[in-house]
Structures are given as structure tokens and as C-alpha cells.
Design a protein around this ligand. Structure first.
Ligand code: SF4
Length: 180
């Protein structure tokens, strides 16, 4: 009888996939990286709009608009980027390639395991999220922000709206600098 401790197991729990890739969604994710420049413009324009509506969010209450905004953000970014709603979006720094799709969840990548063909060490048939990030960033106007060192993920912000947080932070900065 073989030793059960050292016997390799073929068991994988149902539905387990380190990056939860679905065929169609994955294609869209790669499309987003290829169109990083256009999406950068769209996001910059949209972020300005959100900022201009800061008075409205304040009037209604940021905490009250959080839920509907989260719904929209999750739907749009889930479709375009396979967003995991970490709440601390860095897409503008990572060429529109979401680092939370890295099987190792690296916020500062790539790791040392990128294969010679540019694919992931953990998922050999998947292009490395961080190789994609580099390629996407080089298409963007702010191509050097990929060099920024990202802080660790604050798990307490999981599921919250990065859009609203950025808007509130920018509004605070404007006020502090006397632009409001
Ligand atoms: S960095 Fe976070 S908020 Fe941005 S797309 Fe990825 S999971 Fe979503």
C-alpha cells in the first residue's frame, strides 16, 4: 500500500481556478490592455466628471451613493478588466491590466517566474498579468507610472468603490490647495 501522505493528489475542489478565467471574459481583459491608451482617456474624463459631481455626492452622502456606484463599478470593471473590487484601483499605473488577476496577487510584479514565452508560472497557458501590464503601460500617455511602488492591499477596502474614494481624495486635495 502506498503512503497516502506522499501520494500526489489529483483532487481539485470544484470551481477552483487561481484567476477565475472564463474564455470570453479573458478575451475582453486582453482587449482592454491593447486599448489601454483609449481607456486611459475614458477614465480620465470620467474621473473629472465624478470630481465635478463631488458636491452632489456630498449632498446625498458618499455612504449613500456607495452601493449603487459599487454596482456600476463592479459591472463595468468586471467586464473590462476581470476586476476583483479590491477598492484600491491601480489600473492607471498598470497598463489597464488588473494585478489582482495575478495568481500570486502581486501588486508589484512581475515575479521571477515568468516563462520564456511571457506566460505565467502558475498558469502556463496565460500571459503574465505583469507582462501585460508593461505592454499596456507603454501604450498609455502616463507610461512611467508603472514604476510606482504599490503599497500592500488593504483588505478592509475589499468590495468598496475605488472611484468614490479617489474622487473624495481628489476633492480634499483641491480644497486643501484652495481650488474649491
Ligand atoms: S486593481 Fe482592484 S479595483 Fe482595480 S481593477 Fe483590479 S481589483 Fe478592480
Amino acid at each position: 500500500m502506498s503512503d497516502p501522505v506522499h501520494r500526489p493528489t489529483a483532487y481539485v475542489p470544484a470551481g477552483v481556478n487561481p484567476v477565475r478565467r472564463l474564455g470570453a471574459g479573458y478575451s475582453v481583459r486582453l482587449w482592454s490592455v491593447r486599448h489601454a491608451r483609449q481607456l486611459e482617456w475614458v477614465y480620465t474624463t470620467f474621473a473629472e466628471l465624478l470630481l465635478r459631481l463631488h458636491w452632489l455626492w456630498t449632498l446625498i452622502g458618499y455612504h449613500r451613493v456607495e452601493r449603487p456606484i459599487v454596482f456600476v463599478e463592479k459591472t463595468v470593471k468586471g467586464f473590462l478588466f476581470d476586476c476583483r473590487m479590491c477598492g484600491q484601483c491601480v489600473l492607471s499605473d498598470t497598463g489597464m491590466s488588473c494585478p489582482m488577476n495575478c495568481p500570486k496577487s502581486l501588486r508589484n510584479g512581475p515575479c521571477g517566474g515568468v516563462r520564456a514565452d511571457g506566460n505565467c508560472e502558475v498558469e502556463p497557458d496565460m500571459p503574465c498579468v505583469w507582462v501585460q501590464a508593461w505592454q499596456g503601460s507603454q501604450r498609455m500617455r502616463k507610461s512611467s507610472t508603472i514604476y510606482a511602488v504599490q503599497p500592500p492591499v488593504d483588505q478592509s477596502l475589499q468590495g468598496s468603490s475605488a472611484w468614490l474614494r479617489v474622487t473624495a481624495a481628489r476633492a480634499g486635495q483641491h480644497k486643501a490647495s484652495g481650488h474649491d
